[in-house]
Structure formats: C-alpha cells, structure tokens
Design a protein around this ligand. Structure first.
Ligand SMILES: [Zn+2]
Length: 304
C-alpha cells in the first residue's frame, strides 16, 4: 500500500539559518550551525534546494511513500516550500507556518492556497501567544473555510530541540496550547479541517473531547509520541490509538511521522510501530488504508 505522510518538516537550510540567527550564542550563523551539526548528529542541508528535495524523494521511494504534507517550520521558509513543491513534481503539499496576528495573514494564506498549491497552515499558538478563538484570528479561519483548507494547530507540549541547543529561551506558554480552544473555531468554519498533531501531545483527554464536539477536528499520529511515557494512567501507543479510533473513527485519524532531518531521513520506524499497533487492535485493511493513505488524499485533495 502506498503511504501518505501527513506530517513532515522539510527543514531546509533556510530553516536552520533562520533559527540560528535567533541564538544568543557567540559566533556567526555558520559557526553556530557547525556546532549544532556536531552536537545533534544531524546534517545541515545544502543551500541547493533541488538536491535537498531529491534526497527526500529518494528516502520516500525507499519506503513506499507516495506523498507528504510538508511544513514550512518558520514563516521565512514559506517561499522555500513553494519551490520545493514544484521541484518534487507535486509529491509535496506545502503548509505555511504563520502567526495569524501578522499583518495581511489571511490574504497571504489565501494567495498561497490559490496560486502556489499550499494545503493550509501550521499554527503554534503557544509559541506566538494567542488563542485560535481570538477575534483577530477569525479572518485567517474564514479564508481557510472558503478554500476547504487545513489548519494544523499544535497543542500540548512544545519542545524544539534545535532552539534548545542554540540556547534560545523557551517562551512557549502552555495556557495557549489547549485543544478545546479549537472547538468554537471549528464550528464556525465547518468546511475547514483542524488537525491536532501527535494526538494532542499530552492533552489527550481534551483532544478526545474536542473530537467528540466537532466532525472537522481530526488527529495526526506523528512523532515518537514521547508524551505518552509522561502521561498519567499508564497509557501506551496501543491504548492511545484505541481511544482515538473510538472517538474519531478511522476516517479522522491520519498517519504522520514528523520526519525532519538527515541522515535519518524518512522515519520508517513510525510506520512499522503504528502498523503493528493497528494490526494488534484488529483494525481492518480498509481502516488501515484510510489512516495511512485515504484520509490524507482526501484532505490534500489528491487526484481531485
Ligand atoms: Zn512536527
């Protein structure tokens, strides 16, 4: 079965340079990145975007991945993702990381969707200190609704390893990371879809509650879901999937990996562990096809 990864960060050179420029550490951006490379054991991608995209596609081919939702992980990376989509021959659907309070956000996002094949946006309310239900965000969501587009709303824990290594202060405020804040916005914008990544990243109970309230709220299964080990009540990945399927059903759970960097590339282990869990739960072939491919194809309007 061909796989669609609904949650992947392209992490281009522009991303690394943008974040490194925020660091209070001494030295040039290039020196800071050389240090990051050593400390995290990752490769800083080349400035040649075509080569970087080709490397991702080779990694996809190796593992049977036909398509991915790929994020610009900082606003500065949006033009890079637009170019990456073209370079990928349409195998990447880009998403724009935006701050809805930035001037003209709604208009800019509308243009990205109409003219550059973007699937929607990636939001970090805890990082940018807003609630999605704030009146000033309403314009963005009606634009997404108009285009039946997708908003990934990061809730729960937010740890960005690169920012930590670069000594950038953690300013994320968990009070803005509540999945229940999405409910009123999702009800007001029924044609848009709201994705809560990583099953809520530690806000599982609220994620289930939000899912019960609105059909257009869905979850993605991406990342190692390391929050599960820190959760109360002896949760494990299998229990998380079982409860998510009870509430959301197989049409509203989407497979993702949260792949980010090389040399690791596309994170095959996420597929293997999630497939094993779903098989152990007795999920039918049809349900697994929906989770690993069909639901993403529907929301990304592939083949439409
Ligand atoms: Zn992610």
């Amino acid at each position: 079965m061909p796989i669609i990864d609904f949650h992947l960060h392209l992490f281009s050179r522009v991303y690394f340079e943008t974040v490194a420029a925020l660091s209070p550490q001494p030295g040039s951006v290039a020196e800071r990145l050389a240090d990051v490379q050593k400390r995290l054991g990752i490769e800083i991608p080349p400035a040649d975007l075509a080569a970087h995209v080709q490397r991702w596609l080779r990694s996809f081919d190796e593992h049977g991945v036909e398509h991915a939702a790929a994020f610009a992980s900082v606003p500065e990376e949006i033009p890079v993702l637009s170019e990456a989509r073209v370079l990928s021959g349409g195998r990447l659907t880009p998403f724009a990381m935006v701050n809805p309070r930035a001037p003209d956000c709604a208009q800019r996002v509308g243009k990205l969707i109409r003219e550059q094949g973007f699937g929607g946006v990636l939001l970090f309310p805890a990082l940018h200190h807003y609630r999605v239900s704030d009146a000033e965000c309403a314009g963005l969501f009606s634009e997404l609704d108009r285009h039946s587009a997708v908003a990934f709303v990061h809730c729960g824990e937010l740890i960005v390893k690169l920012r930590d290594v670069l000594g950038i202060a953690r300013t994320a405020d968990p009070k803005f990371a509540d999945p229940l804040d999405i409910v009123s916005v999702a009800k007001a914008n029924p044609r848009a879809t709201f994705v809560i990544p990583h099953f809520g990243a530690g806000r599982f109970h609220e994620t289930l509650e939000a899912g019960r309230s609105c059909e257009n709220i869905v979850v993605d299964s991406s990342s190692s879901n390391s929050w599960i080990a820190r959760a109360d009540g002896g949760l494990d990945l299998q229990t998380v999937f079982a409860r998510a399927l009870e509430v959301f059903g197989s049409k509203r759970v989407l497979f993702g990996t949260d792949s980010t960097t090389f040399p690791k590339g596309w994170q095959r282990a996420r597929l293997d562990e999630q497939r094993a869990v779903l098989t152990a739960l007795g999920a039918s072939d049809g349900d697994q096809r929906a989770i690993f491919q069909g639901n993403s194809a529907r929301l990304l309007k592939l083949g439409a």
